[in-house]
Design a protein around this ligand. Structure first.
Ligand SMILES: Nc1ncnc2c1ncn2[C@@H]1O[C@H](COP(=O)(O)OP(=O)(O)O)[C@@H](O)[C@H]1O
Ligand SMILES: [Mg+2]
Length: 214
Protein backbone atom coordinates (compact mmCIF):
# COMPACT_ATOMS: atom_id res chain seq x y z
CA UNK A 1 0.00 0.00 0.00
CA UNK A 2 1.34 3.38 -0.98
CA UNK A 3 1.66 6.07 1.63
CA UNK A 4 1.88 9.71 0.69
CA UNK A 5 3.01 12.46 3.05
CA UNK A 6 2.93 16.14 2.17
CA UNK A 7 5.71 18.52 3.18
CA UNK A 8 5.90 22.19 2.22
CA UNK A 9 3.29 21.70 -0.52
CA UNK A 10 4.85 18.65 -2.19
CA UNK A 11 3.79 15.00 -2.01
CA UNK A 12 6.28 12.35 -0.95
CA UNK A 13 5.83 8.64 -1.46
CA UNK A 14 7.13 6.87 1.66
CA UNK A 15 9.33 3.89 0.74
CA UNK A 16 10.65 2.71 4.12
CA UNK A 17 11.71 3.75 7.60
CA UNK A 18 15.45 4.42 7.79
CA UNK A 19 15.75 5.07 11.47
CA UNK A 20 14.24 6.63 14.53
CA UNK A 21 15.94 8.53 17.30
CA UNK A 22 15.10 10.98 20.01
CA UNK A 23 14.30 13.65 17.42
CA UNK A 24 12.08 12.01 14.85
CA UNK A 25 11.37 9.28 12.32
CA UNK A 26 13.44 9.43 9.13
CA UNK A 27 11.91 7.80 6.06
CA UNK A 28 13.29 7.11 2.64
CA UNK A 29 10.82 8.82 0.31
CA UNK A 30 10.41 9.64 -3.35
CA UNK A 31 9.35 12.89 -4.94
CA UNK A 32 9.49 13.81 -8.61
CA UNK A 33 11.62 10.75 -9.34
CA UNK A 34 14.23 11.59 -6.69
CA UNK A 35 14.93 9.65 -3.50
CA UNK A 36 15.10 11.88 -0.43
CA UNK A 37 14.79 11.59 3.34
CA UNK A 38 11.65 12.87 5.01
CA UNK A 39 12.05 13.36 8.74
CA UNK A 40 8.93 13.66 10.85
CA UNK A 41 9.67 15.24 14.22
CA UNK A 42 8.09 13.38 17.13
CA UNK A 43 7.27 14.41 20.67
CA UNK A 44 7.90 11.12 22.41
CA UNK A 45 9.19 11.85 25.90
CA UNK A 46 12.85 11.22 26.62
CA UNK A 47 13.68 11.27 30.30
CA UNK A 48 17.25 12.39 29.68
CA UNK A 49 16.74 15.32 27.37
CA UNK A 50 14.86 18.54 27.51
CA UNK A 51 13.83 19.73 24.10
CA UNK A 52 13.10 23.23 22.94
CA UNK A 53 11.46 23.81 19.58
CA UNK A 54 12.80 20.85 17.61
CA UNK A 55 12.10 22.20 14.14
CA UNK A 56 13.78 25.52 14.94
CA UNK A 57 16.73 23.63 16.42
CA UNK A 58 17.10 21.60 13.21
CA UNK A 59 17.06 24.79 11.14
CA UNK A 60 19.62 26.58 13.34
CA UNK A 61 21.84 23.53 13.78
CA UNK A 62 21.84 22.93 10.02
CA UNK A 63 23.13 26.46 9.46
CA UNK A 64 25.78 26.13 12.18
CA UNK A 65 27.04 22.85 10.70
CA UNK A 66 27.10 24.31 7.20
CA UNK A 67 29.10 27.31 8.42
CA UNK A 68 31.50 24.99 10.24
CA UNK A 69 32.18 23.07 7.00
CA UNK A 70 30.80 19.73 8.24
CA UNK A 71 29.77 17.33 5.45
CA UNK A 72 25.98 17.11 5.86
CA UNK A 73 23.11 16.33 3.48
CA UNK A 74 21.49 19.34 1.83
CA UNK A 75 18.26 20.51 3.46
CA UNK A 76 15.70 20.52 0.64
CA UNK A 77 12.56 21.71 2.43
CA UNK A 78 11.30 22.60 5.87
CA UNK A 79 7.63 22.38 6.82
CA UNK A 80 7.33 24.17 10.15
CA UNK A 81 3.63 23.61 10.57
CA UNK A 82 3.79 19.81 10.17
CA UNK A 83 7.28 19.57 11.67
CA UNK A 84 8.79 17.82 8.64
CA UNK A 85 12.20 18.20 7.10
CA UNK A 86 13.23 16.96 3.68
CA UNK A 87 16.90 16.27 3.14
CA UNK A 88 19.21 14.77 0.59
CA UNK A 89 19.43 10.98 0.90
CA UNK A 90 22.91 9.61 1.52
CA UNK A 91 22.83 5.98 0.37
CA UNK A 92 25.26 3.73 2.20
CA UNK A 93 26.00 1.87 5.40
CA UNK A 94 26.02 3.74 8.68
CA UNK A 95 29.19 3.63 10.75
CA UNK A 96 27.08 1.63 13.19
CA UNK A 97 26.54 -1.06 10.50
CA UNK A 98 30.28 -1.08 9.81
CA UNK A 99 31.22 -1.50 13.48
CA UNK A 100 28.66 -4.29 13.80
CA UNK A 101 29.87 -6.14 10.70
CA UNK A 102 33.63 -5.54 10.86
CA UNK A 103 34.28 -4.86 14.54
CA UNK A 104 35.57 -1.34 14.04
CA UNK A 105 35.40 1.67 11.77
CA UNK A 106 39.14 2.38 11.85
CA UNK A 107 39.44 3.39 8.16
CA UNK A 108 37.11 6.34 8.89
CA UNK A 109 38.87 7.66 11.98
CA UNK A 110 41.00 10.22 10.10
CA UNK A 111 37.85 11.61 8.47
CA UNK A 112 35.81 11.85 11.66
CA UNK A 113 38.77 13.47 13.40
CA UNK A 114 38.93 16.07 10.67
CA UNK A 115 35.20 16.66 11.10
CA UNK A 116 35.64 16.89 14.86
CA UNK A 117 38.41 19.48 14.39
CA UNK A 118 36.12 21.59 12.20
CA UNK A 119 33.31 21.30 14.73
CA UNK A 120 35.60 22.28 17.56
CA UNK A 121 37.00 25.24 15.66
CA UNK A 122 33.41 26.47 15.33
CA UNK A 123 32.77 25.88 19.07
CA UNK A 124 30.58 22.83 18.45
CA UNK A 125 30.16 19.18 19.31
CA UNK A 126 28.20 16.92 17.01
CA UNK A 127 26.52 13.68 18.15
CA UNK A 128 29.33 11.21 17.49
CA UNK A 129 27.13 8.14 18.01
CA UNK A 130 27.80 5.96 14.90
CA UNK A 131 24.18 5.75 13.68
CA UNK A 132 24.52 9.41 12.72
CA UNK A 133 27.24 8.81 10.09
CA UNK A 134 26.72 7.27 6.66
CA UNK A 135 29.57 6.23 4.37
CA UNK A 136 29.14 6.95 0.67
CA UNK A 137 31.98 6.45 -1.83
CA UNK A 138 34.47 6.27 1.02
CA UNK A 139 33.41 9.59 2.56
CA UNK A 140 31.53 9.96 5.82
CA UNK A 141 28.47 12.19 6.04
CA UNK A 142 26.96 13.44 9.29
CA UNK A 143 23.26 12.84 8.54
CA UNK A 144 21.77 14.17 11.79
CA UNK A 145 21.66 17.97 12.00
CA UNK A 146 22.01 18.03 15.80
CA UNK A 147 24.89 20.00 17.29
CA UNK A 148 25.64 21.49 20.70
CA UNK A 149 28.09 23.92 22.22
CA UNK A 150 31.56 22.39 22.50
CA UNK A 151 32.45 20.62 25.77
CA UNK A 152 35.58 18.47 26.26
CA UNK A 153 33.53 15.76 27.93
CA UNK A 154 31.39 14.99 24.85
CA UNK A 155 34.01 15.47 22.14
CA UNK A 156 35.06 12.69 19.80
CA UNK A 157 38.17 11.54 21.70
CA UNK A 158 36.50 11.50 25.11
CA UNK A 159 33.13 10.09 24.14
CA UNK A 160 32.30 9.24 20.53
CA UNK A 161 35.32 7.07 19.82
CA UNK A 162 34.12 4.48 22.35
CA UNK A 163 31.35 3.51 19.91
CA UNK A 164 33.49 3.45 16.78
CA UNK A 165 34.63 -0.07 17.65
CA UNK A 166 33.06 -2.92 19.57
CA UNK A 167 33.52 -1.88 23.14
CA UNK A 168 33.10 -3.82 26.37
CA UNK A 169 29.77 -1.97 26.76
CA UNK A 170 28.04 -4.32 24.32
CA UNK A 171 28.98 -7.74 25.78
CA UNK A 172 28.34 -6.51 29.31
CA UNK A 173 24.88 -5.38 28.27
CA UNK A 174 24.27 -8.79 26.76
CA UNK A 175 25.10 -10.48 30.02
CA UNK A 176 22.85 -8.09 31.94
CA UNK A 177 19.83 -8.76 29.81
CA UNK A 178 20.51 -12.19 28.38
CA UNK A 179 19.32 -11.17 24.92
CA UNK A 180 21.18 -11.82 21.70
CA UNK A 181 23.66 -9.23 20.56
CA UNK A 182 21.67 -8.77 17.37
CA UNK A 183 18.57 -7.65 19.19
CA UNK A 184 20.64 -5.30 21.27
CA UNK A 185 22.30 -3.81 18.23
CA UNK A 186 18.95 -3.21 16.61
CA UNK A 187 17.68 -1.74 19.83
CA UNK A 188 20.64 0.63 20.04
CA UNK A 189 20.10 1.61 16.45
CA UNK A 190 16.50 2.60 17.02
CA UNK A 191 16.60 4.17 20.43
CA UNK A 192 18.93 7.07 20.81
CA UNK A 193 18.05 7.37 24.49
CA UNK A 194 20.58 4.59 25.03
CA UNK A 195 23.20 7.00 23.75
CA UNK A 196 21.92 9.54 26.24
CA UNK A 197 22.24 7.06 29.09
CA UNK A 198 25.77 6.28 28.14
CA UNK A 199 26.56 9.93 27.58
CA UNK A 200 25.34 10.78 31.05
CA UNK A 201 27.18 7.89 32.65
CA UNK A 202 23.96 6.17 33.73
CA UNK A 203 23.47 2.44 33.85
CA UNK A 204 21.20 1.18 31.14
CA UNK A 205 17.79 0.11 32.37
CA UNK A 206 17.92 -3.59 31.51
CA UNK A 207 14.14 -3.83 31.56
CA UNK A 208 14.08 -1.59 28.48
CA UNK A 209 16.40 -3.80 26.49
CA UNK A 210 14.15 -6.16 24.61
CA UNK A 211 13.73 -7.62 21.14
CA UNK A 212 10.43 -5.77 20.86
CA UNK A 213 12.32 -2.52 20.51
CA UNK A 214 13.72 -3.53 17.13
N1 LIG B 1 20.07 11.96 4.88
C1 LIG B 1 20.12 10.69 5.29
N2 LIG B 1 20.64 9.73 4.49
C2 LIG B 1 20.69 8.45 4.92
N3 LIG B 1 20.24 8.01 6.12
C3 LIG B 1 19.69 8.91 6.95
C4 LIG B 1 19.61 10.29 6.58
N4 LIG B 1 19.03 10.96 7.60
C5 LIG B 1 18.77 10.04 8.54
N5 LIG B 1 19.16 8.81 8.19
C6 LIG B 1 19.03 7.56 9.00
O1 LIG B 1 17.95 7.71 9.90
C7 LIG B 1 18.42 7.68 11.27
C8 LIG B 1 17.66 8.69 12.12
O2 LIG B 1 17.81 10.01 11.62
P1 LIG B 1 18.28 11.24 12.52
O3 LIG B 1 18.14 12.49 11.71
O4 LIG B 1 19.63 10.95 13.11
O5 LIG B 1 17.16 11.23 13.64
P2 LIG B 1 17.27 11.60 15.18
O6 LIG B 1 17.38 13.10 15.26
O7 LIG B 1 15.94 11.14 15.72
O8 LIG B 1 18.46 10.90 15.77
C9 LIG B 1 19.91 7.96 11.16
O9 LIG B 1 20.59 7.39 12.25
C10 LIG B 1 20.29 7.34 9.83
O10 LIG B 1 20.53 5.96 9.98
MG1 LIG C 1 20.38 10.67 15.13
Amino acid sequence: MEKIITAAGKNYEILRLLGHGKGGYSYLAKCEGREVVLKQIHHEPCAYYTFGNKIESERNDYQRLKNAGIRIPEMLALDTENERIVKEYIAGDTVFDIVRDRGNADPYLPEVREMAARARAAGLNIDYFPTNFVVRDGLIWYVDYECNGYMDEWNFENWGIKYWSRTPVLPSLRSISGITINCLLRFLCHDASVGAHVREGRRLPCGKVSCKAS
